[in-house]
Design a protein around this ligand. Structure first.
Ligand code: NAD
Length: 493
C-alpha cells in the first residue's frame, strides 16, 4: 500500500526511525494509506534546510515580488487542475461530505490567489516628523520573519494548511509544516505540487508525525523564528510555553464554544436554517461552530421543535455519496463526543434528538454520531462549558437583552458568535458586546479570505486571512532619515 513520505530540503524522505503508521478511513475503519512517522531528528533536518534556504541561498526570500506572486498563482492553478482529487482525499481522510470538501478546495485555491494579489499591494507607512531632532522622514518596511513552523489540525486538512502556507510564502518566509496525523493525504499532495513547480530547495518542508514529539520540537526549536498553530487551546498553551526559549513569534488559532443568540423577532425559519449550518456543517467539527444556542424564552419551544425536525431529517452516510453528514474523524474522537453526550444526560440536560452512534447499514463499521440537541441547559453544565467538536448543540434561554449578552460571554473562549434579530440597532448593540473575534448578524459561518479570522480570550492570539494574515508573517522595520545631515537638533545645545 501507498506509503506517504515527508518532504525535506527538496527530497521525499522517510522518518529517521523507519516507522510508519496508518491513516484510517472513518467511513469504514479501513486503512487508506500508511505514512512515515517523523522524529525530532527529522524536525532538525527540516529546520536546518529551511534556515539554509532563508539565510544562505535566499532564493525564495529574494525572489522579486512579481515572480513570487506568479508562483503562488501557479500553485493555485495546479490545485485547481486536480480539484476533484483533492476533494476526494479530504472527504475520505476526514469524513466530510464531498461537496463540502469541494468548497474547501475552492477556498484554498482562492486563498493562494488572494495572497498572490495582496503581496503586491502597498504596505508600510510614511511619516514626516519634526519633534526636536530636526526634520526627519520616517517610514516602515515589511520583511519576512524567517523560518516559520506551521502546525495544523485535522478538521479542514487542506484549507487550514493553506491559510498558513499562502501568507507565509507570500511574505517570503521559509516554512516547516506539520499537518495532523489524522489527515495527511491532501497535504502530501500539496507538497507534490510544490515539488512539481520547483519551489526553491528548503523553502517548503513537510514533516509528519505525532504532535507531542514533532510539533513540540518545532515549537521549541531555537532555530525557528516563528511558530503558528491551529488546534486546541490546551496544545496552544503548551506551544506558547515551548516557544519561550528564543521568544519566537507565536500565532495561535484555538478552540471555541461560540454563542448563537436568537431574539423573538428574528425570522424563525431563517434562524433554524443558519443554526443547522452553525452546528452540523462538517459534523460540527468546526472551531467556530454555533454550539451554544441562546434563545429568547417566548420562541424557544417553536424553535426547538423545528430544529429537531430538521436534525432528524438529516441524511447520514458515506461522505463520498454526499449525505448531509459524514462520520467523525476517528473512533477515539467519536467516543469522546459520545462521552460528552452521556455527561449531558447525567447532568440533567433534556435530550431532544440524536444522542447516539449511528450504525445503520454500511455505517456500522464507521464513526457516525446522530445530530444531537440538548434542551434546558444551564451554564454550569459540562456540555455548555467545554468544546465538544461534534454535532452536539445546547439550548439556553433568556428574557432580556442583557441576560443574552451575559450568557453569550459566560465562557473562557472568544472565537465566534452570532445574533439573529429583525431590529438592526439591537443587532449592532449586541454584536459589539460579544467578546469574540468573528461575528455574524442574521447568518452563521460565512468566511472570506479578505476578512481577518481569529479569537479573543482563550481562543487565540493574532489573525489569519486578510491583510492581517500577511502581516502575521512579517516583521516591521522602522527607518528614520535625517533630512539635514550634519545637524543634531536639540542635541546641539
Ligand atoms: P490538537 O490541538 O489536538 O492538534 C492540532 C495539531 O497540533 C496537530 O497537528 C497535532 O499533531 C499537533 N500537536 C498535538 N500536540 C502537540 C504538542 N504538544 N506540541 C505541538 N503540536 C502538537 O487539535 P485537533 O484535535 O487536531 O483539532 C481540533 C481543535 O482545533 C479544536 O479545538 C478546534 O477548535 C481547533 N481549531 C481552531 C481553529 C481556529 O481557527 N481557531 C480552526 C480549526 C480548528
Amino acid at each position: 500500500m501507498d506509503q506517504k513520505k515527508m518532504f525535506i530540503d527538496g527530497c521525499w524522505t522517510e522518518g529517521s526511525e523507519g516507522k510508519s503508521e496508518p491513516t484510517i478511513n472513518p467511513a469504514n475503519g479501513q486503512v487508506l494509506a500508511y505514512m512515515t512517522v517523523g522524529t525530532k531528528e527529522d524536525v532538525h533536518r527540516a529546520v536546518a534546510a529551511a534556515r539554509r534556504s532563508f539565510y544562505e541561498t535566499r532564493e525564495w526570500r529574494d525572489l522579486d515580488s512579481q515572480s513570487r506572486s506568479d508562483k503562488l498563482l501557479e500553485i493555485a492553478d495546479a490545485i485547481e487542475a486536480e480539484k476533484e482529487e483533492f476533494a476526494r482525499l479530504d472527504s475520505m481522510d476526514h469524513g466530510k461530505p464531498l461537496r463540502e470538501a469541494e468548497c474547501d478546495v475552492d477556498d484554498a485555491i482562492h486563498c493562494f490567489r488572494y495572497y498572490a494579489g495582496i503581496l503586491k499591494a502597498p504596505c508600510g507607512g510614511s511619516y514626516e516628523v519634526n519633534d526636536g531632532f530636526g526634520a526627519m522622514h520616517s517610514y516602515t518596511i515589511h520583511e519576512p520573519v524567517g523560518v516559520c513552523a506551521l502546525i495544523t489540525p485535522w478538521n479542514y486538512p487542506l484549507l487550514m494548511a493553506v491559510w498558513k502556507l499562502a501568507p507565509a510564502l507570500a511574505a517570503g518566509n521559509s516554512v516547516v509544516f506539520k499537518p495532523s496525523s489524522n489527515c495527511v493525504l491532501s497535504c502530501v499532495k500539496l507538497f507534490e505540487i510544490f515539488e512539481k513547480l520547483e519551489m526553491p530547495k528548503g523553502s517548503v518542508n513537510l514533516v509528519l508525525g505525532p504532535g507531542s514529539v514533532v510539533g513540540n520540537e518545532m515549537a521549541a526549536s531555537t532555530d525557528v523564528d516563528m511558530v503558528t498553530f491551529t488546534g486546541s487551546t490546551q496544545v496552544g498553551q503548551s506551544i506558547m510555553r515551548a516557544a519561550a526559549g528564543n521568544v519566537k513569534k507565536v500565532g495561535l488559532e484555538l478552540g471555541g464554544k461560540s454563542p448563537n443568540v436568537i431574539f423573538a423577532d428574528a425570522d424563525l425559519e431563517g434562524a433554524v436554517e443558519w443554526a443547522m449550518v452553525g452546528i452540523f456543517f462538517n459534523q460540527g467539527e468546526v472551531c467556530s461552530a454555533g454550539s451554544r444556542i441562546i434563545i429568547e424564552e417566548s420562541i424557544k419551544d417553536a424553535f426547538v421543535k423545528r430544529l429537531a425536525q430538521r436534525a432528524n431529517a438529516m441524511t447520514i452516510g458515506n461522505p463520498l455519496d454526499n449525505p448531509d453528514m459524514g462520520p467523525l474523524v476517528t473512533e477515539g474522537h467519536m467516543n469522546r463526543v459520545l462521552s460528552y453526550i452521556q455527561k449531558g444526560i447525567d447532568e440533567g440536560a433534556t435530550l431532544v434528538c440524536g444522542g447516539e452512534r449511528y450504525t445503520e447499514g454500511e455505517c456500522a463499521s464507521g464513526y457516525y454520531v446522530r445530530p444531537t440537541i440538548f434542551n434546558d441547559c444551564t451554564s454550569d453544565m459540562t456540555i455548555v462549558r467545554e468544546e465538544i467538536f461534534g454535532p452536539v448543540v445546547t439550548i439556553q434561554t433568556f428574557r432580556t437583552e442583557q441576560e443574552a449578552i451575559d450568557l453569550a460571554n459566560d465562557t473562557p473562549y472568544g472565537l465566534a458568535g452570532a445574533v439573529f434579530t429583525a431590529d438592526g440597532a439591537r443587532a449592532l448593540r449586541v454584536i459589539r458586546e460579544i467578546r469574540a473575534g468573528i461575528t455574524w448578524i442574521n447568518c452563521y459561518n460565512p468566511t472570506f479570505n479578505e476578512a481577518p479570522w481569529g479569537g479573543y480570550k482563550m481562543s487565540g492570539i493574532g489573525r489569519e486571512l486578510g491583510v492581517h494574515g500577511l502581516e502575521e508573517y512579517q516583521e516591521v522595520k522602522q527607518i528614520n532619515i535625517n533630512l539635514n545631515p550634519g545637524t543634531l537638533g536639540w542635541y546641539e545645545h
